[in-house]
Design a protein around this ligand. Structure first.
Ligand SMILES: [Fe+2]
Ligand SMILES: [Fe+2]
Length: 269
């Protein structure tokens, strides 16, 4: 009865529409709007539509398998620098859909707080994408000007049936990897005199620590519900679903701030 009185659009329909948006700028704006509408109580906690298998994306950038990506050019060359920002923008573009899919696909079973948390992540990723897009334009380029890495969506697709597997791989492996590599990138960018770029990366790093923590917290909740030891469940899911290897060096302090203890990931590396 209550449901039939609820004339608000469902949160799942709003998420699905945002995922299907192909235009990057419009997708980023829409992701921030869904997060805001949810926060303001304008969307109903209802899951009446499914999430798309593949999110909408623009015609460019062309997506290439990792082995076919062109070399970024000499370190410090103009082309190499722009290619770095382009690669980062692409990661953030895909991250918008990863966070939306988390909320829209698993929100019904995980609850309202989970939806709130991952829609907030989606809004952050949209902001990261916007910041990187602006930086690319300041460098005379734009998102779509270079080919990009295919396969960032693979981890999502492989874990579409299991929230524990999705949390284990996407926030706790892939986003955690950003914590390891970003500090060195910040230093390099700053050494090249790109202070505004370095600041953008520092802001992204702060947000990513929160994203990993959010994933790790919800993962721990799932493990508890299943009456399993968090570390054991994580290790078994990572070995089953993550195709790469966990590579040191790890940024132990950022990982600890994100709620990942060293004994969790050190044994898997
Ligand atoms: Fe991000
Ligand atoms: Fe993130």
């Amino acid at each position: 009865m209550l449901m039939s009185l609820d004339h608000r659009p469902s949160v799942s329909a709003a998420i699905r529409a945002t995922m299907l948006e192909c235009n990057p700028h419009r997708k980023a704006m829409a992701a921030r709007k869904v997060a805001r509408d949810w926060r303001l109580g304008r969307l109903a906690f209802e899951f009446d539509v499914t999430m798309p298998d593949q999110p909408g994306r623009p015609d460019v950038p062309e997506l290439l398998p990792p082995g076919r990506m062109p070399k970024r050019g000499k370190a410090g060359s103009e082309r190499g620098r722009i290619a770095l920002w382009h690669a980062l923008a692409h990661i953030e573009f895909v991250a918008i859909d990863l966070a939306l899919d988390m909320a829209g696909r698993f929100g019904a079973e995980m609850g309202e707080q989970f939806v709130s948390d991952f829609l907030a992540v989606a809004a952050d990723e949209a902001m990261h994408f916007a910041l990187l897009g602006r930086h690319l334009r300041a460098l005379g380029s734009h998102y779509g000007a270079y080919p990009a890495h295919a396969g960032l969506w693979t981890a999502a697709h492989d874990t579409r049936h299991d929230v524990a597997a999705r949390l284990a791989v996407v926030p706790m492996v892939l986003e955690a990897r950003a914590l390891d590599v970003t500090p060195a990138t910040v230093e390099r960018v700053r050494a090249q005199g790109d202070e505004s770029g370095a600041r953008i990366l520092e802001r992204i790093l702060d947000d990513e620590i929160r994203h990993v923590r959010c994933g790790a917290n919800h993962f721990a909740d799932v493990a508890k519900r299943l009456d399993l030891v968090t570390a054991d469940l994580w290790k078994s899911l990572v070995s089953r679903y993550f195709r790469g290897t966990l590579k040191p060096p790890f940024n132990d302090s950022a990982r600890l701030a994100a709620g990942l203890s060293r004994d969790l990931y050190a044994g898997v590396a």
